[in-house]
Design a binder for this molecule. Sequence first.
Ligand code: CU
Length: 68
Amino acid sequence: MSTVTYSIPNISCMHCVHTIKTEVSELAGVKAVEADPKTKQATIQFDAPATEAAIKKLLAEINYPAVN
Ligand SMILES: [Cu+2]
């Protein structure tokens, strides 16, 4: 299991949190997704076949690009 925390400036409200949780959870291998509009960070736990590259690509596609 890997855990990554990304800074995502576009997280502004609970709607954003819901969108990120819903979309990222659908990636095969993703176990848990948390996002916080106060810190503008998302923490994601995943195993293969999910990869950091795939997660970051998806975040960018849904307009929540990670800056780290
Ligand atoms: Cu929002």
